[in-house]
Design a binder for this molecule. Structure first.
Ligand code: HEC
Length: 275
């Protein structure tokens, strides 16, 4: 009898501790903005813990054997399963179809917005591309026309010394267009413009690299490294794609253009030969 009384006392003591812990957990969950379902769940966990805590003090059962042990085991299993299944059915049930419906509703509005946005963006891009193509066509026509007009057969020797053939000037203009088309300006500042992703400024590159060297750098960015840009060089920031994207004449033009960039007031870093 004494045993039973002290067990009851333990139950009360541990029960109170369990409830205090449970209330503390709910308070904490509330302060952290957990939804009510979670608050209930935390409290339930505290109660389950308390139950185990109390069971530790329960008087031990008489040893069992044979059929009796088997039946007791099965009964234990049935009770435990019942508790699990019963307990689980208390929690809010989620219907996947229901949730899918909600998500679909949310997405529909978003999708409509982006599809319209995409179409608009594509239209503006197509327009910009068409304009670029027009500009290049005009350039090409003027290159052909001027070259033919200004260089009649045998006229070469009569050109006043110091003037470049008109075609060279146009080659440079074409190269400038390649600079734009290939979007070198994304990483390289030139005349104070571009270079968001910060490669070296290009304004004085014509004084530092020979045309052949510039060609090497464009065709294989590993071939040269700008001094002070070791980290970017190691990370292969400059794309290795121009040899596929550009035709020979595009590269000629771009190199011709870069060779004209000789502004010593800008600190274009020294190129270092790598391979
Ligand atoms: C995604 C960024 C990026 C793009 C785009 C890019 N570059 Fe670079 N470039 C770099 C970085 C970073 C360096 C410095 C590290 C190095 O040398 O590899 C560099 C270095 C160079 C150098 C050597 C400069 C020096 O002072 O030594 C040249 C020349 C050059 N780029 C030309 C070009 C040309 C021409 C294009 C367009 C066809 C281009 N780059 C496109 C990032 C880029």
């Amino acid at each position: 009898m004494g045993d039973e009384r002290s067990f009851v006392k333990h139950v009360i003591k541990k029960g109170i501790i369990g409830i205090v812990v449970g209330i503390f957990l709910v308070g904490l969950a509330r302060a952290l903005d957990f939804p009510p379902v979670f608050q209930v769940m935390f409290f339930t966990y505290a109660m389950l813990g308390t139950a185990v805590f109390i069971l530790l003090d329960a008087p031990s059962l008489q040893p069992m054997g044979g059929m009796k042990a088997l039946v007791a085991l099965l009964a234990f299993y049935v009770v435990l399963s019942g508790v699990y299944i019963g307990g689980a059915s208390f929690w809010p049930q989620y219907d996947p179809e229901d949730e899918k419906g909600k998500i679909e509703k949310l997405l529909k509005a978003k999708r409509a917005a982006t599809e319209q946005g995409k179409a608009e963006e594509l239209l503006t891009r197509t327009k910009a591309l068409a304009e670029k193509a027009d500009a290049i066509m005009q350039r090409l026509q003027s290159v052909g026309g001027v070259a033919m007009a200004s260089v009649p057969v045998g006229a070469d020797s009569k050109r006043p010394s110091g003037t470049l053939p008109a075609a060279t000037g146009d080659l440079v203009a074409l190269g400038k267009e390649q600079w734009e088309l290939q979007e070198c300006y994304n990483c390289h500042k030139l005349s104070g413009q571009g270079g968001k992703k910060r490669g070296p400024e290009m304004d004085n590159i014509g004084s530092l690299m020979q045309p052949e060297e510039l060609r090497q750098k464009i065709l294989d960015p590993r071939s040269w490294m700008a001094e002070g840009f070791e980290k970017e060089y190691d990370k292969k920031k400059m794309p290795d794609k121009y040899k596929e994207l550009m035709e020979d004449k595009d590269i000629d033009a771009l190199v011709a253009y870069l060779s004209t960039l000789k502004n010593p007031s800008v600190n274009t870093p020294k190129p270092i030969k790598k391979k």
